[in-house]
Design a protein around this ligand. Sequence first.
Ligand SMILES: [Zn+2]
Length: 843
Amino acid sequence: MSKCLKQALKGLLVVCLTGSMCYSPAYAQQPDNANDPLLKIYRATATRVNDLSHTKLDVRFDYAKRYLYGKAWLTLKPHFYATDSLTLDAKGMDIKTVALVKGGKNVALKYTYDSTQLHIQLDKVYSRTESYTVYIDYVARPEEIAATGSAAITDAKGLYFINPDGTDKNKPIQIWTQGETESNSVWFPTIDKTAQKCTEEISMTVDKKYVTLSNGKLVNQKNNPDGTRTDTWKMDLPHSPYLFMMAVGDFAIVKEQWRGREVSYYVEKAYEPYAKAIFGNTPEMLTFYSDILGYEYAWPKYSQIVVRDYVSGAMENTTATLHGDFVQKTDRELLDNNNYNESVIAHELFHHWFGDLVTAESWSNLTLNESFADYSEYLWLEHKYGKDEADAHSLEAGESYKQFAQYAGDRDLVRFHYHDKEDMFDAISYQKGGRILHMLRNVVGDSAFFKSLNLYLKTNAFKPAEAHQLRLAFEEVTGEDLNWFFNQWYFGDGFPKLDVSYNYNDAAKTVTVNINQTQESGKIFQLPIAIDVYAGGKKVRHLVTITDKTSSFTFPYTSKPDLVNVDADKVLLADINDQRDLNTYIFQFSNAPTYLDRREALEACLKEQANPAARKVVIAALKDKFYGIRSLAIKGLSLSNDDVKSAALPILQQLAKDDKNALVRAAALKQLGSLKDAQYSSLFEAATKDQSYAAAGAALTGLASLDVDKAYNLAKQMEASSRGALRNAIASVYARKGNEDDVAFFAKTFDEASGQEKVEDAIQYITILANVDNADIVIKGIGQIKDMTKAFNNKMVTNYMVNMLQPVAKRKLDKATIAPADKKADLMKQYDYIKKVITELKD
Ligand SMILES: [Zn+2]
């Protein structure tokens, strides 16, 4: 699964509100409480008594009742020891029949059912060479499940009816499923464990106006006399029950081919023209991943579907990945997306090797799925957009992990004690795991890394695995013992904090690098790293291994080094305190190669913009080859310094007009806007036509600071086609004007928005409501915000909205205090209502 809601929301909220944090204390998973009895339980891998070999389902749906009427034929055999009983997971079902299929007939079997598990007494003792098929007639009732959710999955109904009565005119009618972690057993009886793998066949009977999607190939479609159609999907390769999926609805299907196999995108019809802009790199990803792994994509097709109200980010159901509707974007919106969508698409696809082909044996080993999917984002960005892009993504992921560890406490990557299996879907399994794989790649080298992954896949294909199997593959390929690496990073927690200092001996012409490990845990890390010594126009690389609390390495030189670059490949997951002087950073910016080298040097120079040499670096960074460095330089400019201003302004204007990256144009326009200088008025006006909403929005904001009436008139013209950052900018222009009539547009767009887009629209809506004095309009609007927040039912969203509403309440109160008597009552009414809503949401 990709990008828990928290992470998906982060992508969105960062766009709306600069500086917002994903893992602030209010939102983070709580630190483990040592006295928690659940943490004392050793989470053993479930015993395999029986193994599923085939699942055949025949289902139809009752939209009014939110029921699924199912028939299941499960073929199994004992795993090793003979047995006369079978236990199946079947959550909240109404069980009609349990029988053994024998000689073409159903022979009733004795069973007990406790609403979560079905205990079946077989007709005899079966040995491991004897397979048998049980038949179960059942009704699945997902709405009647008392589901408990968590960070990654906000609830666990397994089967979701979206707008089943069609009462919401802005929402399509859909059905879709979500299995991970153990929720598919809500809609079909199974052994809902990752270590089970079986082939699958699903027949879905649906209204013929709908299309269906499931795993594998669509092998048959049959029109029925009653106006329904039965679609049969077949998956001939074994995979785990949590990866089974179904979706039903009114989707446009856009098809491509890859090596003779169907690659398809199921989107809402309005997004059909954009399907290839969103998903079009999928065939290239299939080629790229198949090639670097030396293991061709194993499955018969690859479909991706976008659904409404999805409870997480996206899910790698085998051959039928399901995405939340945040990926549905127009080509204009994609300009500002910063490859966020594409990272999600890459993540889910890579699961088709790591997760779907080789599957984590239990949730304790979840990182075998998620660290690889996380790291696949790096691999794809590196391949497609260059190492700088990948390194920037990696830095952000590492920071997410460190913030998580700070607030929620660190844990082992592989851990057999956890409060709830859903807690495994955290920044440790994902982002920390991804960074650990990046270090492993650096330790063994690219060639050995991909060869080891190939061996791991070949050895464990269509089977479950645990972290030791990964270690064994790496050890076989490299011929080296890697227990030290796995014990340190997989079966241990924490990350190193390093203090780096240098001693130069001019007489002996040597430099000594001192590295102290200062992490409070006292755990000492073994860290192989490269140290590059730059001197006399040359770079010499030294490979060393840090093994002690204090390590020192001495290198000779002929002329005094300009830079000693510790962890020169910038791969360590560590906090490194390496105080270099400004001259070293200035040298580093133009001589050390990686994004992190340049970023670190630029950050140092941004603090010293009065210094001519540092300023030169800042100005050079405005023209850096990577947009992330250009953006950072733009945002950090001290335009109050006249020297900076005169050097930067001509470049900023150029960047604002024609930088090829939308986010750079937007950042340049924002900086120019901060000057409130009338000479840029026509530049801003022209840039409001920028295809990028971020750039157009920054331009409109800049214009509004010079001429609010002109900006208002432009906003009125652009209103209908606006989205994202442009809509935010329009909202603030309207907020400044404070016209009640302008609220209608935001009330309407808020109504029509769905999913995470609704949260973004809420922020704009609240901005306007804060500035409007009409009590009826404000109370109606705040009521809509309240209903949305309640429907979302997510702690992070609720906290966010409460934090947005509090200053609005205060503003109304402040206004009331100084208002004339006739308006006071009206404002107090708003204040009281907002306070009431805040209290209600907090509960
Ligand atoms: Zn994932």
